[in-house]
Design a protein around this ligand. Structure first.
Ligand SMILES: [Mg+2]
Length: 153
């Protein structure tokens, strides 16, 4: 499966919403940002199961910057879609939503936004919504993916 992750408030905290991995002051100087605790293990596990993992964000961070942040934590993803690309593609397809994972070949998108959940119903794409405060977020994702797997394959 092609699985995409949102960044802000899903993997990268907005303030102190969730526990994060250790980040040295030196890395911070170079623009590395904090990342949610357990992110690297989760993504690696999903990849080892044969999934492709992508980032799909409405942030304007450059793809290079996002790749550098992930690399710092030992994470390598397939595709990164930032807001610049997202806006361009959605506009060209006349889609009036903030996100439309289908346009990028993503089977399931993981996000914190209730707005995206509503859009997923209107535009018929699959999402897993994870609350920033959910300490069992990894189990939630794994369980929902298991349930969905049968539906997609
Ligand atoms: Mg978000």
């Amino acid at each position: 499966m092609n699985i995409s992750f949102d960044l802000d408030s899903t993997l990268i905290p907005n303030g102190k919403e969730f526990e994060t991995e250790k980040l040295g002051g030196f890395a911070r100087l170079f623009g590395i940002e904090e990342i949610r605790k357990g992110t690297a293990e989760l993504i690696t596990e999903l990849q080892n199961q044969g999934n492709k993992v992508h980032i799909y964000t409405t942030s304007f961070r450059t793809k290079g910057k996002i790749r550098r942040i992930l690399k710092y934590y030992g994470i390598k993803v397939d595709r990164i879609v930032n807001q610049e690309e997202n806006q361009h593609v959605l506009k060209s397809r006349n889609i009036n939503a903030s996100k439309y994972p289908t346009a990028f070949g993503f089977d399931i998108h993981i996000d914190d936004s209730k707005g995206i959940e509503m859009e997923s119903e209107r535009y018929n794409f699959r999402v897993i919504i994870v609350e920033p405060t959910d300490k069992n977020w990894i189990d939630k994702i794994k369980n929902e993916l298991k349930t969905l797997h049968g539906a997609i394959d």
